[in-house]
Design a protein around this ligand. Structure first.
Ligand SMILES: [Zn+2]
Ligand SMILES: [Zn+2]
Ligand SMILES: [Zn+2]
Length: 102
């Protein structure tokens, strides 16, 4: 894909919790988890019925998320609809500390 201009919005984040923030509050369930790399919001993926990660982007415009599944480190830019094979590798190249993993 074209070079993503949003990587500078990645911050050193602390995950909001062990599950989707809104689903936990609602007592609902999810399929997979996504971590917002701007604020640490943990939300559920688009295969989950509530799609809270995408809703988080729509309300905050935080562009970059990373998978928050054990063993997964791929990232996604919502703005460019662009996939990153390894977000930790990109962050290391930027001189940032490793992101939180499950
Ligand atoms: Zn981007
Ligand atoms: Zn959710
Ligand atoms: Zn966020």
């Amino acid at each position: 894909m074209a070079v993503c201009q949003h990587l500078n919005q990645i911050e050193v984040v602390t995950p909001s919790g062990d599950g989707c923030k809104e689903c936990l509050e609602m007592g609902d369930s999810w399929v997979h988890l996504r971590l917002c790399m701007s604020c640490g919001h943990v939300g559920c993926c688009d295969s989950s019925k509530n799609k809270h990660a995408t809703k988080h982007f729509n309300s905050t415009h935080h562009p970059i998320m990373m998978s928050y599944q054990p063993g997964e480190e791929w990232g996604w830019c919502f703005v460019d609809q662009g996939y990153f094979e390894s977000l930790p590798t990109i962050m290391a190249q930027m001189g940032m500390p490793a992101p939180p993993v499950r």
